[in-house]
Each structure stands twice: as structure tokens, then as C-alpha cells.
Ligand binder design. Structure first.
Ligand SMILES: [Zn+2]
Length: 281
């Protein structure tokens, strides 16, 4: 489903913040989140809504309106959001969200090193605080460390101050651990709102979504590797997870096959920031 497929009354809610019901706005954002990556075709499935959280500041965020917040807090006129790069070069960006974790991250780093492949780790701040050495190693091994908020919060439900806290705390920790602040934000659940864009504009960061994700519910490890390799095209950004649910084991077990297979197809593994640079270049 694309954003264009969204029923008219849902779209109109965006411009009628005083009257729009919270449920219908959330519904729109969920659909928009799914639609952003869903328009990319090639069997890509992304932005699936899971674990919606409810907070008391949702109502005031809706009342104020995202656009108004952006207009009053920033002089920026646009921001760079990417789910796949427009390029002819055979490049792929593997992205790993939600970590680091004791279970997966170290072995994954070993596999990437073995394959001489670089990737992007969108870390959750509270996990990064627990596994500081793993974040340092991610950086020292040449990978990119991106911001996935402190608590894996659905930013689309919050107003600016909460979004900023979630992102800046992780920014500061990553800068502390690696010597450089994050350049890219990967919003949890792929949900984007004006507050997030505002923060990104203010800090000079970019926002990355994805155009393909591992399908741990549908395929085993070999099936996931085959799925990615079958749908691979220049500029693809793949979403995987190196922490979280038990099913992540399936996705993690698919990585060696993806590394070997993509390499065989002539693909080079790049970071997300490099993918932004290649987009349209
Ligand atoms: Zn996540």
C-alpha cells in the first residue's frame, strides 16, 4: 500500500488536528510508515506496525501539529530521507537495528570482518550503554553507528521535547564511545513525524528507512538469504536486527549467506552514509 492509497478521510485528518481522533491519526501514521517502503515494489515488505505505545503527550502533539513545530523551531527547508539509493553501482547497505546484544552482535562483527564487509548498526541507546565495547568495536571495524533512539520509542506519538530526549541521549553516548556523533537516524518502526525531522534538521542528520527487510516469520535462514539475493538491486538498504525477539536468530543465521551471495554477484557493502552520498550521484 502506498500513501496515495490511504483513504481520503485519513489523509484529511493530517490537516485537521483539532478534530482528528488519536486513533485515526495513529492509523494514518501506521499506514504511511508501511507505505513508504511498500511503494518500492519487488516484494519488499517494510514498516510493519508492531507494539504501538501510548503516552500522555500524544494528545498535545496532535493539537499543536507537526508542521507548526517544524516551522517555529528551524530554519531548515528540507531534510534527506532515504530508503534506497538511486545508483547504478552495485552497492548494498546492511543495517542492523535494536542492538547491541550479547547474543548476536559479536558474532555478527566477526562475520562482517571475515567478509570484509561494512554495515550500519542502528543502536538503541540503553543497549549501547550496556555493551559499550561492542559499539566501540563497531566503529573501529569501520561500520557506521546510527541512532535508533534511547528506548526504542515510537517517535510518531510524541512531541518535540520527548523526541529530542530520546535521540540526543543516544547521540551523546555514541559520540562519547566513538568520538563522532551519529550522522543518521533510523526511526523505530520506520515511523516518521515532524518532530523527528525537526531534530534531524537541527543536528544535521539524515533519516534512513529501508527497502527490504528480512522476513524471519516467513522463511528460514537459507530462505531469507535467497529472498534478499533474489530481490537485490543497486542501492538496496536491507533491514535486519542483531537483538530482540527469538526469531532474530533466523535473520542472523541468514547473514553469512547474504554476505557470500551478494559478493558473488559483484556487490560492495557500504554504510548508510555512503549510500546517501551515492544517491543520485
Ligand atoms: Zn527497532
Amino acid at each position: 500500500m502506498s500513501i496515495m492509497d490511504t483513504p481520503a478521510e485519513e489523509s484529511q485528518d493530517l490537516g485537521a488536528h483539532e478534530e482528528a481522533g488519536a486513533a485515526s491519526r495513529r492509523s494514518f501514521l501506521r499506514m504511511a510508515g508501511a507505505g513508504v517502503a511498500g511503494t518500492l515494489g519487488a516484494g519488499a515488505i517494510a514498516g510493519t506496525a508492531v507494539g504501538v505505545e501510548h503516552y500522555s503527550d500524544t494528545a498535545s502533539a496532535r493539537r499543536r501539529g507537526d508542521g507548526a513545530t517544524v516551522a517555529t523551531l528551524s530554519s531548515a527547508t528540507s531534510i534527506n530521507v532515504l530508503w534506497r539509493a538511486r545508483t547504478d553501482r552495485k552497492v548494498i547497505a546492511l543495517t542492523f537495528d535494536d542492538g547491541p546484544s550479547a547474543e548476536h552482535t559479536e558474532r555478527l562483527l566477526d562475520e562482517l570482518r571475515e567478509a570484509k564487509a561494512r554495515a550500519t548498526f542502528a543502536v538503541v541507546g540503553r543497549n549501547a550503554a550496556q555493551f559499550r565495547d561492542l559499539v566501540r568495536r563497531q566503529h573501529n571495524d569501520g561500520h557506521e553507528v546510527a541512532n535508533h533512539t534511547w528506548n526504542h520509542t515510537d517517535l510518531s506519538l510524541h512531541e518535540y521535547d520527548r523526541c529530542k530526549r530520546e535521540l540526543s541521549r543516544t547521540d551523546e553516548l555514541v559520540a562519547d564511545l566513538t568520538g563522532s556523533p551519529t550522522a543518521v537516524i533510523r526511526p523505530p518502526f520506520g515511523r516518521v513525524n515532524g518532530q523527528l525531522l525537526q531534530y534531524a534538521a537541527q543536528t544535521g542528520q539524515k533519516v534512513v528507512l529501508w527497502d527490504m527487510r528480512l522476513l524471519e516469520d516467513q522463511f528460514d535462514a537459507a530462505g531469507n538469504a535467497a529472498y534478499v539475493l533474489d530481490h537485490l538491486r543497486p542501492g538496496t538498504v536491507v533491514l535486519a536486527h542483531d537483538a530482540g525477539l527469538t526469531k532474530r536468530k533466523v535473520g542472523m543465521a541468514a547473514i553469512p549467506g547474504i554476505l557470500a551471495g551478494a559478493h558473488k554477484l559483484g556487490y560492495e557493502f557500504v554504510t548508510v552514509s555512503e549510500m546517501f552520498d551515492l544517491d543520485g550521484a
